[in-house]
Ligand binder design. Structure first.
Ligand code: ADP
Ligand code: MG
Length: 209
């Protein structure tokens, strides 16, 4: 990952676009087992990042992720705001002073996801965004994660993670109030994370590293 932070405006725009284009579908998921505000929460944060994109592209990755994390924490709200904010702030801390190739990025991302688990007192298998983020982190750190297939594989792993939430009973977040009635539904936070990861990897696929 020797990508420059000058890609951030394009990355942020792609992430905001995919959430806007899928707003209705993801909101429907959150209405089924949550309180229906997940997309609005995210859009508020993404709008704030769009406004900061020129400034962010002047920073190194660690400083950019720190700023992104703080912005998400203060604008998104809900459970997802503090969790996504924690992801980026922890990635910033882990990335400080590092040159980011695929291997070191994988370690940085994994540390971000670990921080989210601690923040949310949650783990994979609880029908949350972690069911997408943890498998992606595991794949990025695996031996098989090399070569030209990486970004396509990341997309496939994220999609499988979303699907895995369907057959889970929620044990964290608002959906946990429904207990067994959460079965059969996809988690909205898992879906939005997958959409964002796919948008990012599509931009990176079209960019020479
Ligand atoms: P809220 O649930 O506070 O209304 P959002 O609607 O923005 O917040 O986000 C809901 C999403 O947050 C869920 O779909 C789930 O993926 C994620 N989530 C909720 N609680 C946790 C947790 N403890 N750990 C990880 N993810 C969580
Ligand atoms: Mg909600």
């Amino acid at each position: 990952m020797t990508y420059p932070t000058t890609l951030l405006p394009e990355l942020i725009a792609a992430v905001a676009d995919t959430i806007n284009q899928n707003a209705e579908a993801v909101t429907a998921l959150d209405q089924a087992i949550g309180d229906g505000d997940h997309v609005i929460n995210l859009q508020r944060g993404l709008q704030a990042l769009v406004a900061q994109k020129a400034e962010l592209s002047q920073l190194d990755w660690a400083a950019a992720w720190q700023k992104i994390g703080m912005t998400l924490m203060s604008t998104v709200g809900g459970a997802s705001g503090s969790l996504l904010g924690t992801l980026f702030v922890a990635m910033a801390k882990a990335a400080k002073g590092q040159t980011l190739d695929l291997k070191s990025f994988a370690a940085v991302f994994a540390q971000g996801v670990e921080a989210m688990k601690l923040r949310g007192k949650s783990d994979v298998g609880e029908k949350t965004m972690l069911d997408v983020l943890v498998p992606v982190a595991v794949y990025l750190q695996s031996e098989g994660c090399t070569g030209t297939e990486v970004l396509a594989q990341v997309q496939a792993v994220a999609l499988a993670g979303v699907e895995s939430t369907r057959e889970m009973v929620a044990t964290k977040g608002r959906a946990s109030f429904l207990e067994a009635r959460s079965l059969g539904h996809i988690d909205a936070g898992a879906k939005s994370c997958q959409l964002m990861i796919c948008a990012i990897s599509t931009v990176l696929s079209a960019t020479p590293a």
